[in-house]
Design a protein around this ligand. Sequence first.
Ligand SMILES: NC(=O)C1=CN([C@@H]2O[C@H](COP(=O)(O)OP(=O)(O)OC[C@H]3O[C@@H](n4cnc5c(N)ncnc54)[C@H](OP(=O)(O)O)[C@@H]3O)[C@@H](O)[C@H]2O)C=CC1
Ligand SMILES: CC(=O)N[C@@H](CCC(=O)OP(=O)(O)O)C(=O)O
Length: 390
Amino acid sequence: MNSMVALRTVFMDGGCFSKVQDKPKALKASKKPMRVVVVSAQKVDKPIKVGILGASGYTGVELIRFIANHPYFDISLMTADRKAGQSIGSVFPHLITHNLPDLVAVKDADFSSVDAVFCCLPHGTTQEIIKGLPTRLKIVDLSADFRLRDINDYAEWYGQPHKATDLQQEAVYGLTEIFRNKIQSARLVANPGCYPTTILLPLVPLLKASLITLQNIVIVSNSGVSGAGRSAKEANLYTEVSEGIFSYGITRHRHVPEIEQELSDAANSRVTVSFTPTLMPMSRGMQSTINVELAPGVSVEDLKQHLTKFFEKEEFVAVLPDGQAPHTKYVQGSNGCHINVFPDRIPGRAIIISVIDNLVKGASGQALQNLNLMMGYPENTGLSCMPLFP
Ligand SMILES: NC(=O)C1=CN([C@@H]2O[C@H](COP(=O)(O)OP(=O)(O)OC[C@H]3O[C@@H](n4cnc5c(N)ncnc54)[C@H](OP(=O)(O)O)[C@@H]3O)[C@@H](O)[C@H]2O)C=CC1
Ligand SMILES: CC(=O)N[C@@H](CCC(=O)OP(=O)(O)O)C(=O)O
């Protein structure tokens, strides 16, 4: 095996399986649609150097987990704020035996040998930090800072004017299955929020095909507590979130403009949604129940068939068999999104249910999928691990 590319892959092409030992070039050369499943990997001799800004948080540590098994990327820089100066093993004891750089403050970070960064910082802080980074870096930002194109929307929903409006205009929205062509050539990708990911994956294809109406989209979403990040907050104490559920941000959650922006683009017309997020007493996982009105002459079966066809070649998105309810347990720890469509008892309406792991497809997994594309690698590299079950 070529030592520069010590990776074994299994190609699934037209139902045949064959072992291949020469990748990205082989992949790029092929015109046929194929799924590639990485079955084992070791680092190439000169991996791409990746920095994780905010490595001491939940999305940061999830990136560490995936990049550890990534053949082409290596972590050379990790930052933190309060935890700057600490080793990764002291911040995350489960990583104590892993050889990783110590955490440094962003102001002390040396980007000279870094090729790409994941930015896992709180929104607001992020735009100022990204503004100061070398322009040669490829960046995937996991925060909300570059997702809204309209600067007025940003100011309205985030309560402050944007401080890097040029970058806001440059950023490509990173919903991979929909925008992979644009992502491939982007320098700055705005990774979608976790709630929007569950909602947009099923609704964008349906609106593009005019199979549902633009009005009367009612969404109730449920999130695991890790969606709120690792920093201590009274509202996220065990005593507050265990053995009970509550909704928050009702009619005013900051993901509303992000969801409406992308749905309106897909429909080529203004779409408004009713969106109610709810916090569930679980660590990870996200489920959205989306109630839609069928366009005239369209059946629930039409929605199901369209989504099945749309996602049939996707490794990470599955439309489930009829009647099977998507379950957060079946995507936990993986980059998967499971979707299903059900007839509502109200004639002319359908219920779509979609689940992801908020930390993976809703954040770090999708971010890695995007950086793979930006660097010219198969987008599933390092991401084909099975979900954790039970
Ligand atoms: N959690 C989730 O499911 C999802 C999160 N996101 C978004 O991704 C981003 C990261 O989220 P998450 O990992 O959950 O957040 P965490 O709160 O778990 O981690 C935040 C990280 O940013 C660092 N940090 C905080 N403030 C500053 C600052 N002023 N300057 C530099 N570094 C700072 C923290 O360092 P220290 O630990 O030292 O304080 C920590 O490393 C957020 O914008 C979030 O909204 C997006 C999708 C899903
Ligand atoms: C449970 C919880 O608190 N979730 C977060 C959303 C997490 C997320 O996706 O936030 P970003 O838009 O910043 O990426 C919230 O409701 O604000």
